[in-house]
Unconditional design. Structure first.
Length: 230
């Protein structure tokens, strides 16, 4: 019974995290309903194994993003370069929300332990806030449009692309430290600052990439216009 409860709240979080990532990059959520369901189930089982059976919760945020990356690349058909960026960006956004929830718990003198009622409440609150953000993003059509699933994309690793690649690895490093800082050191305020800082920096360069992509498409469209005949 405890395993089923764990899976339920884990699936709730994974749905929120994946849909948050989809909303950031304007992926058509309805087109991926079945794939998301399968991915959520597998990711929840992986979480159950890491937290409940292997008892390596401090390493979870090191291991889990790798599996999410594989799903985005191989299952959702996002080009490999952009799959890493999407996963780290969405994961950091979700982690930023979760860090605030954890910080509120700390202010109340509560330490969260996986598999407890308080942990499940924190998961539910984090997911609920994420769903609110998702709804807001969808309603006002916020997000980036330069990533297109099911498209073969060649990326030149220079300029903004190179910066985003380096920031993707740096963001993954920040994510990897989340559980370590919380469960071993209880540096919750550091987690809050780290997650929000990493997320904000990636947003800045992602906005830059969006601008460059839009400018390139406009220029290409103008060049391919057929001139009016006299």
């Amino acid at each position: 019974m405890s395993a089923l409860i764990f899976l339920f709240f884990s699936m709730l979080e994974w749905i929120a995290l994946i849909l948050l990532t989809f909303s950031i990059y304007r992926f058509p959520i309805r087109d991926y309903a079945a794939q998301v369901g399968i991915a959520v189930l597998f990711l929840s089982v992986i979480s159950l194994v890491l937290f409940e059976y292997l008892d390596i919760d401090i390493l979870a945020t090191l291991i889990q993003p790798l599996f999410v990356f594989l799903f985005f690349w191989l299952f959702f058909k996002v080009p490999v370069y952009y799959a890493g960026l999407c996963v780290v960006n969405g994961y950091l956004g979700y982690a930023a929300i979760q860090s605030i929830v954890f910080y509120v718990y700390e202010l109340l003198g509560i330490m969260i332990h996986p598999g407890t009622a308080l942990a499940y409440l924190a998961q539910a609150v984090t997911a609920a806030v994420a769903f609110i953000v998702i709804g807001f993003a969808l309603k006002y059509r916020l997000g980036f449009s330069f990533v297109t699933p099911n498209e073969i994309t060649r990326v030149r690793l220079r300029g903004t692309n190179l910066k985003l690649l380096l920031l993707t690895f740096a963001g993954y490093g920040a994510l990897s430290s989340f559980n370590f800082l919380y469960y071993l050191s209880d540096y919750t305020i550091i987690i809050v600052l780290l997650m929000f800082s990493a997320f904000a920096i990636i947003q800045y360069w992602t906005f830059q990439k969006e601008y460059e992509s839009s400018h390139w498409h406009r220029t290409r469209a103008e060049m391919t216009k057929t001139p009016d005949l006299p």
